[in-house]
Design a protein around this ligand. Structure first.
Ligand code: SF4
Length: 400
């Protein structure tokens, strides 16, 4: 079957799946209420989003320069930095660092998802645990993420209870969400301290100091990047901005539009752990990781940045807001997408993954209604991008 036929079957089945609709209707109502109240409480966020758009426009135009600057800063902080031109190069670097037979705890990373990092490391003979609760559910269901922030958004509590009951052999009630969360905590707790390596992405990176910003609520990223002796971060180059001050602004806008007044945790990581507490001799590997490796991956991003319309996809902060406004996503979840979802997902499929059939399928499913653009803090013009993408695909343009 062709990619298109598979996609059509998948999306039609999803549209008739009552459980997806149930889970999404609950999530959408809660997202809208939370975001509206967060923006009401901090109205400056709307103005700050405009400023962030300017920061991103500048940064996207010089990603390579910023990656070089960030790499230099990380090295001077005694970390190791790498620039990967392609996904293959990124996997090669990670393979050399990881080897085989390792226990790995992993935080949620869309860039990792994009290149199939977990599956790759498992094929290489490693044991990998997703530690984000949603990702953990997805991993155990052998499914795939359906939202960039809430990967298990399509899985109602009844299914989670069934899954965790099967894993633990204990009958867990669907109505006791606290117990379900506690079960995941218990299952993962010891893995953080047994792990050889912690893997993460980053929400934004300051090039001047080489600082990674990791935004989260669960505390799993702090543990996964803090407890093991080695921390490896895989980061798409579009996450770079010039300064620490810029990165702070990007982070605040991201979490506010991701429906949080403030997240429980924001970790800033710039190098390996160190101490100077004994005779002021700087020694690396105190309580946190002894090794810190950062891979900045291009894989089509600098090429995409040169396209006057489609480059907007690189401005995306991955706040997920557009998905909650999209009428197609509301009934199909992440089936309306590929590695990323909806309009931005179509551009990613075309320009980064070069999966033209998938990109066309998503681009032609889009209704170009523009509701996403109204919610988007970066005012990404998805309808404009879809029209342009359809044109490029129809004309057989060599860039897609
Ligand atoms: S396109 Fe805009 S609204 Fe959607 S995830 Fe990206 S930044 Fe957020």
């Amino acid at each position: 079957m062709s990619v298109f036929t598979d996609y059509k079957k998948e999306i039609m089945e999803a549209a008739h799946n009552e459980r997806i609709r149930l889970a999404l209707s609950r999530a959408i109502a809660s997202y809208r209420a939370n975001t509206n109240s967060a923006l009401k409480k901090f109205p400056h966020t709307v103005k700050m989003a405009e400023e962030v758009r300017g920061i991103k426009a500048d940064a996207i135009g010089r990603m390579e320069e910023l990656a070089g600057q960030a790499a230099e800063a990380i090295e001077s902080n005694k970390g190791k930095a790498y620039i990967a031109r392609t996904a293959g190069e990124a996997l090669e670097i990670i393979d050399k660092l990881v080897g085989t037979d390792k226990l790995i705890v992993k935080g949620k990373s869309m860039t990792g998802e994009e290149i199939g990092l977990r599956e790759h490391l498992e094929e290489e003979g490693n044991e990998v645990y997703e530690t984000d609760l949603g990702e953990f559910i997805i991993q155990k269901l052998d499914s795939r993420p359906m939202h960039i922030l809430s990967p298990a958004i399509h899985v109602p509590k009844e299914d989670v209870a069934q899954l965790f009951s099967r894993i633990t052999g204990e009958e867990l009630p669907a109505d006791d969400i606290e117990k379900l969360v506690a079960t995941a905590r218990k299952l993962l707790r010891e893995k953080y301290f047994q792990a050889d390596i912690g893997l993460s992405g980053a929400n934004v990176v300051a090039a001047d100091t080489g600082t990674l910003f990791l935004i989260e609520n669960e505390g799993n990223i702090r543990l996964a990047t803090g407890a093991p002796p080695v921390h490896i971060a895989l980061i798409g180059m579009e996450k770079l901005v010039p300064t620490l001050g810029d990165a702070n602004k990007v982070a605040e806008v991201t979490w506010r539009y991701a429906n949080y007044v403030v997240p429980s945790y924001v970790s800033l990581v710039s190098g390996p752990s160190k101490t100077g507490d004994i005779e002021k001799v700087t020694t690396y590997g105190a309580h946190g990781p002894r090794e810190f490796h950062v891979i900045f991956m291009d894989d089509g991003r600098t090429e995409l940045a040169r396209h006057p319309v489609l480059q907007q996809a690189l401005y995306c902060l991955r706040c997920g807001g557009c998905l909650y406004e999209c009428p197609v996503y509301a009934v199909t979840a992440g089936h309306f997408g590929d590695k990323y979802f909806a309009g931005v997902g179509a551009v990613w499929a075309a320009m980064i993954n070069h999966n033209v059939e998938k990109a066309a399928s998503i681009a032609y499913t889009c209704l170009t209604c523009g509701r996403c653009k109204v919610r988007c803090p970066m005012a990404i013009d998805v309808p404009q991008m879809m029209v342009e993408l359809r044109r490029l695909i129809a004309e057989g343009d060599s860039s897609v």
